[in-house]
Write a new protein. Structure first.
Length: 469
């Protein structure tokens, strides 16, 4: 742990033991520094961390006090638990801003649409329209188009993962696959383990289904804290675990095979269902594709979800879940909600995968993303490196930017909007604002001279803002 995390954990323990009572004022920053030997900045960061967790409250001109109602969470990995989840309003506001076609969309969740093979996809849509018959709707009801499921199974086999076409269910995008998976393995009020920071779609799904969350820290450097995962499984009756093993959104980290195996063993030990979000699997930058956690699971209680939205085209909204023993339940749940996924789109994807060169497209896409991500990283490191840490990881297209804890990136988000730039502020990815000093940057867009000029203007505004706080 960092020094400020060690101090925060010590203070949290003291509060839990009753050494500091609700409403009681803690020693000032200077006094605490003198008592502990930590620097003033370390003490400030520790107090702010505890404030973000609801353990302390800051009182203007009066320092920090213990919150009136405290549920202390360990700072050593299990970041927070939440009886209810509420993120939809803020996510809606941020995503609405990204719809403007004139924006430089660094807050966008998908790769640059210009990287998709639109001309070839249009040809496949035309071919699918010609092949559609009066029985096509029935042929493509859940679990979905048979040929498409076979093609997906073949792609998994090429990665070294055995998945039967019969356990694959085609869905309207990966988010439907993930939501359906949650619905079949949980009921309202159940606990679900998620990452922190987490993909906001996971928190939205939990909110909609009335589920409770326990979150475990994921860092750009070390990934998920396995010890914290086990503590969470011991302390809460967790029914499901929603994880990203490859190019985690938002921090970009990919698990090692050791971590994947350890997680599979833990989930089997505590009989917890795995819901694995693997939408970035095709976007590795070099070498071989990475295996999902499902590969290491010995039972059928794992649901592997993915889509073509990040690797081929966002607008088609075709995803799937390799649901193992839950495949039939997923199909029944889908029939009660969306009934089926778009028939022409399923058929168009079959045509594209069989007759167009998907592998050539993926090779070009990976190359473009690798080059653009490197260019954005070098720009941010060169221009922001004096006041922020820019985390870079291999694969995917996101960069995670971390400012000092006193910085509110929501203010930076609004500065960027005024310049027609969207960003994804860190509070999008947490239950309790732990990452309000962070940003996720979409690095899939080409840095043209005009865009560099916009970034330079934003950089000047950020520097001016930081000088004022």
């Amino acid at each position: 742990m960092a020094k400020y995390e060690q101090l925060a954990d010590k203070l949290a323990s003291q509060i839990k033991q009753g050494i500091w009572q609700p409403g009681e004022k803690l020693p000032s920053l200077r006094k605490q520094s003198s008592l502990t030997g930590y620097s003033l900045m370390t003490v400030l960061h520790a107090y702010q961390l505890l404030e973000s967790q609801g353990v302390l409250s800051a009182v203007q001109r009066s320092g920090y006090r213990v919150a009136d109602s405290v549920e202390v969470a360990s700072t050593t990995g299990v970041m927070q638990s939440a009886e209810s989840v509420s993120v939809n309003d803020f996510v809606f506001d941020v995503l609405q801003a990204s719809r403007d076609p004139h924006m430089f969309s660094l807050g966008f969740a998908y790769p640059d649409p210009a990287l998709y093979p639109r001309h070839q996809l249009t040809k496949s849509l035309t071919a699918a329209a010609k092949q559609t018959t009066v029985t096509s709707a029935l042929d493509n009801l859940p679990p979905g188009n048979r040929e498409l499921r076979q093609l997906i199974a073949q792609r998994y086999a090429a990665r070294g993962l055995h998945v039967s076409p019969d356990e694959i269910v085609i869905t309207a995008g990966a988010l439907e696959a993930l939501s359906l998976s949650l619905q079949v393995v949980t009921k309202p009020g159940d606990w679900v383990l998620i990452e922190s920071p987490a993909f906001y779609g996971a928190m939205q799904a939990l909110e909609r289904l009335g589920l409770r969350a326990v979150s475990v820290e994921v860092t750009p450097d070390k990934g998920i804290n396995l010890a914290a995962v086990e503590r969470a499984l011991q302390n809460k009756p967790v029914r499901a675990c929603w994880l990203m093993s490859n190019f985690q959104n938002p921090v970009g980290y990919s698990m090692t095979d050791y971590t994947r195996q350890a997680l599979a063993d833990l989930l089997a030990k505590y009989r917890v269902a795995l819901i694995e979000d693997d939408v970035y699997a095709e976007l590795y930058s070099s070498g071989q594709p990475l295996l999902p956690i499902k590969h290491f699971c010995k039972n059928g209680n794992s649901l592997l979800c993915s889509s073509f939205s990040k690797s081929l085209v966002a607008g088609f909204r075709i995803g799937w879940v390799a649901a193992g023993e839950h495949a039939k339940a997923i199909q029944k749940q889908q029939l009660m909600s969306t009934i089926s996924t778009s028939v022409p789109i399923q058929m168009a994807l079959v045509d594209y995968l069989e007759t167009r060169n998907y592998e050539k497209h993926l090779h070009q896409l990976r190359s473009a993303l690798r080059q653009r991500k490197k260019a954005m990283y070098e720009y941010l490191r060169g221009h922001w490196g004096s006041f922020a840490k820019v985390h870079h990881s291999s694969g995917g297209y996101f960069l995670w930017v971390e400012f000092s804890p006193q910085v509110d990136t929501l203010a930076i988000y609004h500065m960027a909007l005024a310049l027609h730039i969207t960003l994804a502020p860190g509070r999008l990815f947490s239950l309790h604002g732990e990452y309000s000093h962070c940003l996720r940057i979409n690095a899939s867009f080409e840095l043209t001279p005009a865009r560099l000029q916009l970034l330079n203007r934003l950089t000047r505004k950020i520097i001016h803002y930081l000088e004022q706080i």
